[in-house]
Design a protein. Sequence first.
Length: 413
Amino acid sequence: MKRFIDQVGIREKLDEMNLPQPGSNRGYDPKHVIESFWLSIWTGASRFIHCDWLRHDTVLQSIFGWDNMPSQSTYSRFFGKFSQGMNTEVFPELQNWFFSQLSVSSLTVDFDSTVLTRYGQQEGSAKGYNPNKRGRNSHHPLMAFVSQTRMVANTWLRPGNTADSTSCKEFMEETFKQALKGQKIGLVRADSGFYNETIMSYLEQEQLNFILAVRMYPNVKNEIWGMKDWVSIAKGIELNEMTFSHENGKPRRYILVRKQVDVRPKASGKLLFEDEPGYRYSCYVTNMDLPLDQIWNMYNSRADCENRIKELKQDFGLENFCLKDFWATEASFRFIMVAYNLMSLFRHFALNHHKKATLSTLKSYCFALGAWTSKHANKQVLKISLTAKKRPWMDGIFSNIKNASPPFNYPSA
């Protein structure tokens, strides 16, 4: 992983950025703190106190060329120096640089939100929609994912009592105009929290193709009721379309999906009508002129971003790295996303496990290996405990890393 980071060149980029500087000559270099934070996450830390574990691991410190590692209080002080202005300056620039190292012909960007439960009185934590811990304080972040690379394009932290659609347009603007500046956006997908006239008008103004899930407001339900000429595409699944105007906006194309409950008992969707309890309905709005089933299939693959959120929470400590100050929490939150992107890149180009291995899997069979250092011919040598059968596999990883360098090419398919 250390060699791969060197190939990516992110250390040099961190050196160029306007990061908070230490207050004394004995303070840690900012990139040292950030790299140590990432390394702590990759090796299993899910809270700031866990980061202290690596202070006793001399082998890891030797691999990364450090004499020592920061303590928990160092991380708290470092992230505490971030403000709203600094977050807005640093992270879009860092994400834009990161995606400039990749070669992807056209990006599919998925927007989503999630809920991070909090157990204290941190700034911004408030009671809002929390499906898992009702009545608990939470934060309600916005997130943007790139489907082809399975990476995070941008993220904002928001207070827990924020409505789904709050700041969505501004978040999209920062994502497209800064974080993904210079990239071709082929498709935008989002859940029903982004369904409003402002978002749809903005996407049309930017001439971006989009598919958004539609929230089942009463006026939408009234239009769906009584629709005829449903097209069956599979057993228990029927499609239809209509032209509809939301909030006095322009007429747009709406794709309807109806699933028969007794045929597909696990079908997603809403039970809309008491007179028709045997069907679940879903609805999508789009500006693309493609067949109904193709629109629906294109949106369905957006569900993969839920797997990204799940992995971030379970393996990267997304819910647990929290500080008293709101902008300090957001800074650590957004650095976690960069750690996730680096690991995703490593998975794809060093391990060839683009769609399989989660971080917890990698830790068990790739990172958690017995190792020690020794001197040989006046050089520091890393010795790794491996069975004879596993050595060619490890040699293959080092070979892949040696041959990998920017731009990292992703297939267009």
